[in-house]
Design a protein around this ligand. Structure first.
Ligand code: KG4
Ligand code: ZN
Length: 337
């Protein structure tokens, strides 16, 4: 079964063709970073307009690069939510129209479920059940994953998402957008032990997170160190990153212990973070766990938003005969995520 996936939940217009839910035939991602960069964050109104300009070309590119003719596409999978409503609507309406015109079944997919399924696009996917740490710009959650279509939420952030904290700290330091990538790069030049920012574990045996405190601590550090802080930026970002990584790593390993799972997945945009990948690999392996992280090797980036993960998830619904109805609408927030 060959599925066309479409993803437009935030600032990436993406399309992909995936065969049997595992084999990527093509994956095209058109990023809007240049559009939002001057504003220091995503401007929803601009994002929707840019999706409208890009969607037709991106889908065409994905089809052409796959070498698959239109009549070999079996179904369409598209992100239904959560995300920016105006952005979601562009991909959603395009997918409905595409499916209707070619008389194909189609299915609306939860973006978060898409991220979780991104580990099945790797050569060594985890066996079920496993625990997954989903870290993105809007979510930081831990799931007990029982099948491709069934994940139980174990805990989530009570305030900022991890990616949001990276973006806000970057903005505070005048480093720009997108913050995660910039901090990841700059932190390599700093000493991660130089400043002791607080680690917020909340209840150490539970799986909720809080990242607003660390953001405030970084801000207080900047305010109380006058202009000297400007010479310490690599140390500040390395120390901030280490504090976030400490909490994320501790909680997901603890979740694996609690659920007696030997396999851990790390997914979402922040899974691209080099320090988080290295630390989780190191700490979890030392305790006998197997870690699964999607590749982040441009142009094949399966950590950030992409449409291959949406097509792969769609496959598992479609083979069960589950499809969406033409009257379906997008949603900005998940009910249980
Ligand atoms: O999954 P994603 O592409 O979009 C959402 O669904 O939110 O995640 C985007 C988030 C942004 O906050 C971005 O700063 C963060 O992922 N991010 C990173 C890195 N690359 C992207 N955070 C830390 N280190 C990175 N290398
Ligand atoms: Zn995402």
């Amino acid at each position: 079964m060959i599925i066309l996936g479409i993803e437009t939940s935030c600032d990436e217009t993406a399309a992909s063709l995936v065969s049997e839910g595992t084999k990527i035939l093509s994956s095209v991602i058109s990023s809007q970073i240049g559009v939002h960069h001057p504003y220091g964050g995503v401007v929803p109104e601009l994002a929707s307009r840019k999706h409208i300009e890009a969607i037709d070309y991106v889908v065409n590119d994905a089809i052409n690069q796959s070498g698959i003719s239109l009549n070999r596409i079996d179904a369409v999978a598209v992100t239904q939510g959560p995300g920016l409503v105006g952005s979601l609507l562009v991909g959603f309406c395009f997918a409905k129209g595409f499916a209707y015109a070619l008389d194909l079944p189609w299915i609306g997919i939860n973006h978060l479920e898409g991220h979780i399924n991104s580990v099945f696009l790797t050569d060594t996917p985890p066996p079920f059940p496993f625990v997954a740490l989903l870290v993105s710009g809007g979510h930081t959650s831990i799931y007990h994953v029982k099948s491709h279509t069934e994940s139980v939420l174990m805990g989530q952030t009570r305030d900022d998402a991890a990616g949001e904290a990276f973006d806000k700290v970057s903005k505070m330091l005048g480093l720009g957008y997108p913050g995660g990538v910039i901090i990841d790069r700059l932190a390599k030049q700093g000493n991660c032990q130089s400043i002791r920012f607080p680690r917020s574990y909340l209840d150490k045996s539970a799986f909720d997170f809080s990242f607003s405190g660390i953001k405030t601590s970084v801000n207080r550090y900047i305010q109380t160190h006058g202009d000297i802080y400007k010479e310490q930026v690599p140390d500040i970002v390395a120390s901030f990153q280490e504090a976030v990584v400490d909490v994320l790593t501790y909680k997901i390993i603890n979740a694996a212990k609690k659920k007696e799972c030997r396999h851990i997945a790390l997914v979402g945009g922040v899974a691209a973070n080099s320090r988080l990948r290295a630390r989780l690999m190191q700490d979890a392996s030392a305790e006998g766990f197997h870690v699964h992280i999607p590749p982040h090797i441009p142009p094949m980036d399966l950590c950030g938003d992409n449409a291959a993960m949406i097509a792969a998830t769609g496959y598992h619904y479609l083979i069960k005969g589950i499809t969406s109805d033409i009257n379906q609408d997008v949603y900005s927030r998940s009910i249980n995520s």
